[in-house]
Design a protein around this ligand. Structure first.
Ligand SMILES: Nc1nc2c(c(=O)[nH]1)N[C@H]1C(S)=C(S)[C@@H](COP(=O)(O)O)O[C@H]1N2
Ligand SMILES: [Mo]
Length: 479
């Protein structure tokens, strides 16, 4: 009996692999994903402490970890299903499929192929578990079919990505990075002045970037406006200007890498608003994306330019990469990424204060969150020119005002200013470097930035939720 029970659980899990594989393949054929849809359902409903813990623990691999978790969770749930009395298995399996199909029906991320995939997965589960599939051979056969289907789904996803990438390439260059900017401060291990798209952090609520056809895409400016607009990428490019700025995630704790500095190409929002003519009652500009994410910004300071926001279409001389919001996003330098505007933009809607943003529904503040001045230590290396010295270098930011000073403290001693590289723009990050002579042994280095508006980086450590993180990057070196 015991062996029978074990192989029953194994057999049920194997049916789960096959069901997931079939569902994912059908979904992927139409550009959807069963696994990503379930993952997104979890992300949309997870309570803030769960989201914060996941972000803190998973670092840059949050998407892979969520995807693996969904796959493993689905298979484990099927194994548990196999332990139910036979008459309950089929209805419970059907309920799983229906639940996943309901997630795939949600607007605006609705996907017909994912609804079909979820239904097929539910049907396979129900049929496969009617009798508890026993025997190692049976389990192996079901898993092999499932693994083959998952591999097929992967190929289909890649095919869709290739089509999307070639459509993006066809857009051609957007903005030219021109001369590669130089701040006179190159140092091995120091972050480049401009972060390439491949190294730029990615943060959003999706497991896979939405695919948007640039030829059919239009930016709609709608809602409380006298002149609604519908603009193509080419029309937007005609009014775009380049600017250098750092983007920082509100989850970037001291010394972490959820920040990047790029040369962006964008249309000033003040310009778009001038053409659309907001009604007097329009107080919020909702940046709405195809993934259902929204961020809203106050209209008046955007209109006057007091809050200089951009509708961004280019990054480092090229169209926005898929992960970073192709074809368009909104960016207000100085606001944390979560507050700065949506990627994969579909619409700018002018409305009143009744709108509630994606993260505000889960307890994040309505008020704009400004990036805290921050200095990061990127490298501590033996001096290249003078023996017995240590070269310390990093990046610092204080958008939108700019970095006035970066200081270093050794072993909790006094703060001493370091050398600053040439500033690209006040909203960009600025590199810094210094050389220290230290006695042998272990030493603690701390760096801090001060903004040109006089704000000194906070030294107390604070978690990201709900007002953004604070704290000083501290590094221990052995001389
Ligand atoms: N549509 C959409 N836009 C979004 C998000 C999202 O989840 N969906 N995440 C925001 C957050 S939290 C950050 S930090 C930035 C990250 O931009 P990046 O991935 O290009 O670095 O995008 C913002 N815009
Ligand atoms: Mo973020």
């Amino acid at each position: 009996m015991r062996t029978n029970g074990k192989s029953g659980g194994l057999g049920a899990a194997a049916v789960g692999v096959a069901a997931l594989g079939l569902g994912e393949t059908i979904a992927a054929a139409g550009g959807g994903s069963l696994i990503d849809t379930i993952g997104r359902g979890l992300i949309d409903t997870a309570p803030v402490p769960v989201v914060e813990a996941t972000v803190a623990l998973s670092g840059r691999h949050d998407k892979e970890i969520t995807r693996l978790g969904v796959g493993a969770g689905a298979i484990a749930a099927t194994a548990a299903l196999g332990a139910l009395p036979p008459r309950l298995r089929a209805p419970t399996a059907a309920a799983f499929g229906a639940g996943a199909a309901a997630l795939a029906l949600r607007k605006p991320t609705r996907s017909a192929s994912t609804v079909a995939g979820a239904s097929a997965a539910g049907a396979v589960l129900a049929a496969g578990l009617r009798k508890r599939p026993g025997g190692l051979l049976g389990a192996l056969a079901w898993s092999a079919v499932g693994a083959g289907l998952l591999a097929a789904a992967r190929t289909l996803h890649r095919d869709h990505d290739r089509l999307r990438d070639s459509a993006i390439r066809n857009v051609g260059p957007l903005g030219g990075i021109g001369l590669v900017p130089d701040d006179g401060l190159d140092e091995p291990g120091l972050s480049p002045l401009i972060t390439t798209a491949g190294r730029f952090y990615v943060a959003d609520v999706n497991l896979r970037p939405p695919r948007i056809d640039p030829d059919r895409w239009r930016l709609a400016v709608t809602g409380m406006v006298a002149h609604p607009l519908r603009l193509s990428l080419a029309e937007l490019a005609a009014d775009a200007v380049e600017f250098d700025a750092v983007m920082v995630c509100v989850h970037n704790r001291a010394g972490q890498g959820r920040a990047g500095n790029a040369r962006w190409l964008g249309v000033p929002l003040a310009h778009l608003l001038k053409h659309a003519i907001p009604e007097p009652a329009a107080t919020r500009l909702v940046t709405r994306a195809v993934d259902g994410y929204t961020i809203s910004l106050p209209v008046e300071p955007l209109r006057t330019g007091e809050l200089p926001g951009y509708l961004v279409i280019g990054m480092n001389g090229a169209p926005l990469p898929p992960e970073h919001g192709f074809p368009a996003r909104v960016f207000v330098p100085g606001l944390y990424g979560q507050y700065t505007g949506a990627k994969w933009l579909s619409e700018l809607e002018l409305t009143d204060d009744s709108h509630t943003d994606y993260w505000v529904r889960r307890g994040w503040p309505t008020d704009l969150l400004w990036v805290e001045p921050h200095a990061r230590i990127d490298t501590t290396a033996p001096g290249r020119t003078i023996a017995g010295t240590l070269t310390v270098a990093g990046v610092a930011w204080a958008p939108p005002h700019g970095v006035a000073e970066v200081e270093l403290s050794v072993d909790d001693g006094p703060w001493r200013p370091v050398d600053l590289g040439t500033e690209l723009a006040p909203a960009a990050w600025r590199r810094w470097r210094t050389t220290l002579e230290l006695p042998p042994g272990a030493h603690t280095l701390r760096a801090r930035a001060t903004s040109r508006s006089g704000q000194v980086q906070e030294s107390a450590t604070r978690a990201p939720f709900p007002a953004g993180p604070t704290g000083i990057h501290t590094v221990t070196v052995q001389v």
